[in-house]
Design a protein around this ligand. Structure first.
Ligand code: ZN
Length: 244
């Protein structure tokens, strides 16, 4: 597999260093450039350490809503209470280097025939592509054949079929063959929300037209303990164990 023929896809790391390190260890074995779909920080206890690693590993990254909120570029009125408290904690914690990195992030990127945004093409930072209607609207909004998003924390694919949009979820991983216009989501590294607490990431192979989601265990106990010690809302530590 040549380097330009595949990409590694990660999203929503959310300051979870333990999950990120484990995913990196596995994804690097594929020897593909890695792209991150945003929300590097927020919720987890290691925002600076995660940013350091993103920079060190040359991961190309776009901005998510938590990244924007952590540097004051987004109003947190629409965040729920615990998310807002985590963002305030993150914002206070950020080093100058971390802040500069988040400020440098763009809202969209392209590679091969893939277009990437955190939210949706219509609203790159905030909108969730979490149903067929938004997926269809997204596919009609840009000319790109493949749209890759994050934000929902649920690994899935929406593909265009005659008269409908087909949704497939990857609770335990799996491969989707891209044979039509599709919206793909690699799921979340640091805070999965589909009921499976295992970290999620994906590999996209351009010539084979295959999008494969992988799930992997990491040290959830350590990540959650750090959240408790930091004084970030307790429920954000607890949810990691159930993947919700
Ligand atoms: Zn997120």
């Amino acid at each position: 597999m040549s380097k330009s023929d595949c990409i590694g896809l990660i999203s929503d790391i959310h300051g979870n260093l333990e999950a990120f390190k484990k995913v990196l260890k596995e994804i690097e074995e594929h020897d593909c450039p890695i792209f991150c779909l945003g929300d590097v920080v927020g919720y987890g206890a290691d925002p600076n350490e995660v940013i350091e690693l993103v920079i060190e590993k040359n991961i190309r990254c776009i901005m998510g809503n938590h990244d924007a909120a952590a540097i004051g570029k987004m109003d947190t009125t629409w965040f729920n209470e615990r998310a807002r408290r985590a963002i305030e904690w993150t914002s206070n914690e950020l080093t100058k280097k971390g802040r500069n990195f988040l400020e440098s992030l763009k809202k969209e990127m392209r590679f091969g025939d893939a277009y990437m945004v955190h939210g949706s093409p219509m609203d790159p930072i905030s909108e969730y592509v979490d149903n067929s209607f938004v997926a269809e609207e997204s596919l009609n909004f840009v000319d790109d054949i493949i749209i890759i998003v994050g934000h929902t924390h649920v690994p899935c694919s929406f593909s265009e079929r005659v008269g409908k949009i087909e949704l497939e979820r990857y609770l335990h991983g799996g491969t989707f063959t891209i044979d039509t216009r599709s919206v793909l989501n690699p799921g979340s590294v640091g805070q999965p929300r589909d009921g499976n607490p295992m970290a999620s990431y994906a590999i996209l192979e351009f010539s084979k037209r295959e999008f494969t989601v992988f799930r992997t265990y990491y040290d959830i106990g350590k990540a959650s303990e750090k959240i408790l010690k930091a004084g970030i809302p307790k429920s954000l530590a607890e949810r990691l164990f159930i993947g919700l």
